[in-house]
Design a protein around this ligand. Structure first.
Ligand code: FAD
Length: 647
């Protein structure tokens, strides 16, 4: 797969801006605005479901740009990448192609919460995404800035519901019509950049913000509620000015695991991986932050920033007197820069230099580009349906940072889902649904549309109630079949592969269950195994390879699945129990809730927020409670148990 990709890429290495099309038509099924992580997945997905799709983005050469960190995946985020891949999205394969350091985070915990992660070569990532888009059938890519959405006034029969009919490009009267439009403008909507005491309009360094016309359409014409969020990025540091011998070396995994279910290995060989380095801040860092607060207008503002990816200013002010981790990460194979993860900052450039030089390996460091902050508008996502369509505007879909999320993976997951549904709705097919019991993408979307955001939202495994079933290793079995059979976004090649894997795993499990020997016979055949419990004769310390050596006729053909089978075996009892709980909940949807229920006397595990909502709305059935904004499946389980077992 990777060799074929290499050949294809070589023929695509001319810049995308030269290869991007001139607009030949004025009518498409779907228009996607923005070529970031949400927009690229949306455009490819809409085209995959059969829609004639146009991707319009400000600069084609920045399609697939990693605006901030040169990495993909991690705990929770890695699950999203695997799921996007299982639905035939781009980011998993792009990360396998561009990865230069792979590691699985959280290995000390169970495989359900392992976090596959890769450091990426920025240029290779962009090249992959661009070549993939340019070779996607039914997809046209053009450079341009969208100034305005074309909107039909509400149908008198359905007051309050507008319909989007297309877009108008900036600096021209050019209008292009479409059955659906997906907006993925990231940090660009009314974006402002901040360094020190200066601020200027911008969506990202070197890029203009989205035009005011777009904000005007969303807010004033469509009446959408918007809010403002912020984020920031660290300075980029010249690698040869850093004394890496003073930092702790972290090599990649000895056997890099690919993100994509279509890849058996990554492009980068294990021995070619570039290391990351870990170092710590010193008290000098805190001193510089405190001394320069009055020169740092980004940090002085009330706008909410990413709590889980905070600036160094926020970290030292929130946790004074502590040392904070700083990871020095490679930016690419040929790049001479390091990305200091953990040092996002917005003070004046000369103070940024003073600050980083307080950290031992960075004592003589040089900055190539200073850190900066960005503030931008987002649309409150409770105004969207689970298909990511604006409830009050038919045909308008939103995905990515515009919905109040942060991170490439969250953007890619939403982009994929919005693109699928925009394509389906433009082709007059019903929109597809993905629940939080079957995927992290479902969790992400349900959280956004039912709870909204008050600060930039990022994915964690703790957000998924059914996380032992929603593992990175089984995303293909959860989603690829549905993606092909019900949604229409998966190629037959990937579908066939998922069927092969599913059948082989089912056969291997049946074969495993059919082997039955007495403890004494097990001990004879496998002297190295332990019998942990005399009564049940439970065997421990047996690997699949050991079993295959004893029963080659039963198991040797399944050795490629040994890791997956082991994980499956560990989680099977728990997942079976969980599946029954999910099915029971779905059956009990119609269960009546008594009028006089005292929500304040429910078990302490029900959150304060859930009690308030239930007490205020007083839903009449369990199903109605399930659909309330802010009521999670965990709260519904609580409620179900309380009503059912109260007597
Ligand atoms: P983007 O990747 O921002 O893409 C938006 C695209 O839309 C761009 O290609 C733009 O050119 C295009 N566009 C915008 N308006 C128009 C228009 N009117 N017409 C045509 N095209 C348009 N993420 C983290 O997880 N942690 C961080 O710490 C972090 N820090 C960040 C710091 C900075 C300074 C920036 C800029 C981003 C940061 N990010 C961070 C966010 C990360 O880059 C985004 O989450 C991710 O890129 C969002 O993807 P997106 O597709 O929604 O938008």
């Amino acid at each position: 797969m990777l060799t074929r990709r290499l050949r294809r890429l070589q023929s695509f290495l001319s810049p995308v801006s030269r290869r991007a099309s001139r607009l030949a038509r004025t009518q498409y099924d779907v228009i996607v605005v923005g070529g970031g992580h949400a927009g690229t997945e949306a455009a490819a997905a809409a085209a995959r479901v059969g829609a004639e799709t146009l991707l319009i983005t400000q600069k084609t050469q920045t399609i697939g740009a990693l605006s901030c960190n040169p990495s993909m995946g991690g705990v929770g985020k890695g699950h999203l990448v695997r799921e996007v891949d299982a639905l035939d999205g781009l980011c998993g394969r792009a990360a396998d192609w561009a990865g230069i350091h792979f590691s699985v985070l959280n290995r000390r915990k169970g495989p359900a919460v392992w976090g596959p992660r890769a450091q990426l070569d920025r240029q290779r990532y962009r090249e992959f995404i661009q070549s993939e888009l340019l070779s996607t059938p039914r997809l046209t890519v053009v450079e341009g800035s969208v100034e305005e959405l074309l909107v039909e006034e509400p149908d008198p029969e359905r007051p309050g519901r507008h319909r989007v009919t297309g877009i108008r490009l900036a600096n021209s009267d050019r209008q292009i019509s479409a059955g659906a439009v997906v907006l993925t403008t990231g940090t660009f909507l009314s974006g402002s950049l901040f360094v020190g005491q200066t601020s200027s309009p911008g969506g990202r360094i070197g890029d203009a913000p989205s035009s005011a016309g777009l904000s005007h359409t969303l807010r004033d014409r469509l009446g959408l509620r918007t809010g403002r969020l912020r984020t920031g990025t660290p300075p980029r540091i010249v690698k040869e000015s850093v004394d890496l011998s003073l930092a702790q070396l972290h090599p990649g995994d000895s056997r890099p695991s690919p993100f994509s279910f279509l890849n058996t290995h990554t492009r980068c060989k294990p021995e070619e991986q570039l290391p990351c380095y870990l170092t710590l801040t010193t008290p000098g860092v805190e001193r510089v932050v405190r001394e320069s607060l009055h020169l740092n207008c980004h940090i002085q503002q009330d706008t909410k920033g990413p709590r889980y990816c905070p600036s160094i200013e926020s970290r030292v002010l929130r946790f004074p007197g502590r040392q904070h981790q700083v990871w020095l990460e490679p930016e690419g194979v040929t790049s001479d820069l390091l990305y200091p993860q953990g040092l996002s900052m917005t003070m004046p450039p000369e103070i940024q230099l003073r600050l980083i030089r307080e950290i031992p390996p960075l004592r003589r460091a040089e900055i190539r580009t200073p850190g900066y902050g960005v503030q931008y508008d987002f649309v409150c996502p409770t105004q969207l349906s689970p298909a990511l369509q604006v409830k009050s505007t038919q045909g308008l879909f939103l995905a990515g940072q515009i919905n109040g999320t942060t991170g490439y993976e969250e953007a890619a997951a939403q982009g994929l889902w919005a693109g699928i549904n925009a394509g389906r709705s433009a082709l007059s097919m019903p929109v597809a649904a993905l629940s939080r019991t079957e995927s992290y993408i479902g969790v992400l979307i349900d959280d956004l549309v039912s709870r909204g955001v008050t600060e930039p939202y990022r994915m964690f495994t703790s957000r998924a109630e059914f996380r032992t079933s929603l593992r990175p290793d089984n995303a293909d079995l959860r989603l690829t079949l549905k993606g092909f059979e019900e949604v229409g976004c998966v190629s037959s090649l990937r579908y066939k592969e998922a069927i092969r894997v599913r059948d082989a795993i089912q056969e291997a499990i049946a074969a495993l269950q059919s082997v039955s020997l007495s403890s004494a016979n097990w001990k004879k055949k496998l002297p190295a195994c332990n019998i942990s419990d005399g009564r049940s004769g439970c065997l421990t310390d047996i690997s699949f390879d050991m079993l295959a050596s004893v029963f080659p006729e039963c198991f040797s053909s399944y050795s490629e699945f040994s890791q997956r089978l082991k994980i499956e075996a560990v989680y099977r009892p728990h997942c079976d129990k969980q599946r029954k709980e999910i099915e029971r909940i779905q059956r009990e949807e119609s269960m009546a809730l008594p009028d006089d229920i005292d929500y304040w006397s429910l078990p302490a595990s029900l959150s304060q927020e859930a009690r308030e909502i239930l007490d205020r709305v007083r839903p009449s059935t369990l199903g109605a409670a399930t659909r309330l904004e802010g009521i999670t499946p965990a709260a519904v389980v609580n409620l179900f148990n309380y009503v059912n077992f109260k007597e």
